[in-house]
Write a protein that binds this ligand. Structure first.
Ligand SMILES: [Zn+2]
Length: 404
């Protein structure tokens, strides 16, 4: 289905390819690791400056603190900088939410800090795919859409958050508030290298078990000590066995801290682990089972075991509501000559949260890329125009009442 005015608007984007590539490089070279507040502010302000050319009402929105467990077993918190929000035409009949994250997984002291062009029209660099290129796609899609005659019928909100890579605990309340009253969500995580989109997604949570035993001399009175590391070993084994019992649940014991001099019975050890779920009811099951395992380990090893953490991203199933939106994306893809496959993913993102708050969404509308979260991260430069056209066409069709 072709529409002359839509075609003309989309053609405008072809002249923007170099601007999009340059902007992606510029942004990727600003370090915005999740725990680098200065870099996040710099990156956020650079993005805000571009988005504000679209008009609308801009605001900085405070986000909550993010708890974690220190090497000493204490709960500590990190305060991320404010998120950026831009609202345009809030009284239009149809409201769309566009979400991106400013942060990346690369800390300010990580060696991967610059971009490089690779053969095959690839750009390698920190966050080029996840998701600075994606935010460029979002920006240009909106610029394109705003040139459309029918734009008046659709209002939108852009929300750029500072803590997606660490679970969006701080920005979850903002995502929830922004989802309210919206018709659909568009999130700019990268698509796979071949253009495939993520459909159903697993849920996730990060947890820790803090084990406290009793210190003693390893030679003089070891029988008076209670070894926290031995208890930890028991707990790790029990977690692995638990995952084997729960269909579709995976548990990754990711880091163990603790211990000390070799002549001392260690009195502190911490297990940090991640849990992935397939169904919402898995969350209660895992929580109960971990409490049981913790009590067993405490009794058997005569230590204390304190569970920390909670599920932050519920699963996102492919429901009929989400399916309708994917049908629209695929239909827009066909108009642009793109075949867009959809596959389930064990990964998760803000699309999980939005669905949990009742908002159907497609969450891989960013660039095509691969090797994210590694120093081999890259994206295909031609996917900037391609994906901006895809989002712009979706917005135009939604404004025209594509989903009724
Ligand atoms: Zn991401």
């Amino acid at each position: 289905m072709h529409n002359k005015q839509q075609d003309d608007v989309l053609a405008w984007l072809k002249g923007e390819a170099d601007i999009m590539a340059d902007l992606t490089r510029e942004w990727a070279e600003i370090n915005s690791g999740s725990y680098n507040p200065d870099g996040i502010i710099r990156q956020r302000d650079a993005m805000a400056e571009k988005f504000q050319t679209l008009g609308g009402e801009a605001a900085l929105m405070p986000v909550g603190k993010i708890p974690s467990i220190s090497a000493e077993g204490q709960e500590v918190t990190y305060q991320p900088p404010e998120a950026f929000s831009l609202v345009k035409r809030p009284h239009a009949p149809l409201q769309i939410l566009l979400v991106g994250h400013i942060d990346t997984v690369y800390a300010s002291d990580h060696p991967f800090q610059s971009t490089e062009l690779l053969p095959g029209n690839k750009l390698r660099g920190p966050g080029v795919a996840d998701m600075k290129g994606g935010i460029v796609v979002m920006l240009k899609a909106l610029e394109t859409f705003e040139r459309y005659q029918g734009a008046d019928r659709l209002g939108w909100q852009v929300l750029l958050t500072p803590d997606e890579e660490i679970g969006s605990i701080g920005s979850a309340p903002l995502l929830k508030a922004a989802a309210k009253g919206k018709y659909a969500g568009m999130v700019y995580e990268p698509a796979l290298a071949d253009g495939t989109l993520a459909g159903a997604r697993k849920g996730s949570g990060n947890f820790a078990l803090v084990v406290r035993g009793r210190a003693a001399h390893a030679g003089r009175n070891p029988e008076e000590g209670r070894n926290a590391i031995v208890a930890c070993a028991y707990l790790v084994q029990a977690l692995v066995m638990l995952a084997e019992k729960g269909a579709g649940v995976t548990i990754n014991p990711a880091r163990i801290q603790g211990g000390g001099p070799l002549n001392m019975v260690p009195d502190l050890a911490i297990i940090h682990y991640n849990v992935r779920t397939q169904r919402l009811e898995d969350e209660a099951w895992v929580t109960e089972e971990v409490a049981r395992i913790a009590a067993e380990a405490a009794a058997r090893c005569e230590v204390s075991v304190t569970p920390h953490g909670h599920f932050t991203r519920p699963p996102k199933p492919m429901t009929p509501e989400n399916q309708r939106l994917f049908d629209l994306v695929q239909d827009c893809g066909r108009t642009l000559g793109l075949t867009l496959a959809v596959t389930p993913s064990g990964g998760c993102c803000d699309g999980n949260n939005l669905w949990h708050y009742g908002l159907p969404n497609v969450d891989t509308l960013g660039v095509r890329g691969a090797n994210i979260h590694s120093d081999q991260e890259f994206m295909y430069l031609d996917s900037l125009t391609e994906r901006a056209q895809l989002s712009a066409l979706m917005l135009m069709r939604l404004a025209d009442g594509a989903l009724g």
